[in-house]
Design a protein around this ligand. Structure first.
Ligand SMILES: N[C@@H](CCC(=O)N[C@@H](CS)C(=O)NCC(=O)O)C(=O)O
Length: 257
């Protein structure tokens, strides 16, 4: 059995499937894809994932993409490799449904909005530093039309209205999670699941730095306590420590590792 994980820095989607690999104690070969060099759109990588995005799981030559799919795949392919406190996907139908409800919420209503602010702060700087002809040449290699548009918008700047809408979505999500954590220890109930890993990967580490004005410690103390509990898990700590090749000047929003 051979697993290969193609990923960028341990943040957002790249972190989201790295944590389950580590929680399940699965040995894998780590392949770093340098987003700063646009390696995700290069011929060798697009031959592996035609959508030109990380992360990607290769299990004995079978390619699995999209983090929520990868994470459920790992549960199906390796049902007996579980952390000591139980499986990452509850075995009872209600628990599994709750986990999927939160995954759907994070995937559809959180990820892209946090990402827009991240791109606004970080990717915009990278995109604007590329000379005009070179930028168009790079864009010609972006396989997903929406992603190409996002790169072009990052270069010209996201509109204030879009950024404000994204901020509203993040505020709504933080309040929703804070409320849930008042009712259950983890997002999907009494056990730690893929839903916690999902929200943590997108919102856990960087949100306070990205939105200092939200005063998250004050407004969401349960979320902050939950985040510390997440960071204290050895698998999460190990994933966060894993190789980070981001240029130091660009690490401004990538969490407090
Ligand atoms: N829905 C996908 C999203 C993957 C995604 O957005 N990946 C980002 C990194 S977090 C990426 O590859 N960005 C580079 C690009 O699109 O050029 C997933 O869950 O894996």
């Amino acid at each position: 059995m051979a697993l290969k994980y193609y990923h960028a820095e341990p943040l957002a989607n790249s972190l989201k499937s790295m944590v389950p690999l580590k929680e399940k104690g699965l040995a894998y070969e780590s392949v770093y894809v340098d987003l700063h060099k646009f390696e995700q759109h290069s011929d060798w990588f697009v031959a592996i994932n035609p959508e030109g995005q990380v992360p990607v799981l290769d299990h004995d030559g079978t390619i699995i993409t999209h983090t929520t799919v990868i994470n459920e795949y790992l549960e199906d392919a390796f049902p007996d490799a579980n952390p000591a406190d139980g499986p990452l996907r509850p075995r009872d139908p209600v628990g599994a449904a709750r986990m999927r409800y939160w995954n759907k919420f994070v995937d559809e209503h959180v990820m892209n909005y946090v990402s827009m602010h991240g791109w606004h702060r970080l990717v915009g700087v990278i995109a604007r530093n590329i000379d005009s002809g070179d930028f168009e040449e790079l864009m010609a290699h972006v396989p997903l039309p929406d992603q190409r548009k996002k790169w072009m918008t990052a270069r010209s700047g996201f509109s204030e209205a879009d950024l404000a809408h994204a901020t509203e979505k993040v505020e709504y999500a933080l309040a929703k999670v804070e409320k849930q954590l008042g009712e259950t220890a983890w997002l999907a109930g009494d056990s730690y699941t893929l839903a916690d890993i999902n929200f943590f990967s997108h919102c856990g580490m960087m949100v306070e730095r990205m939105f200092p004005e939200m005063e998250i410690a004050k407004r969401a103390p349960r979320l902050v306590a939950w985040r510390e509990k997440m960071k204290a898990r050895p698998a999460v700590a190990e994933a966060l420590k894993s190789e980070d090749r981001t240029a130091p000047g660009l690490r401004t929003w990538s969490g407090d590792r």
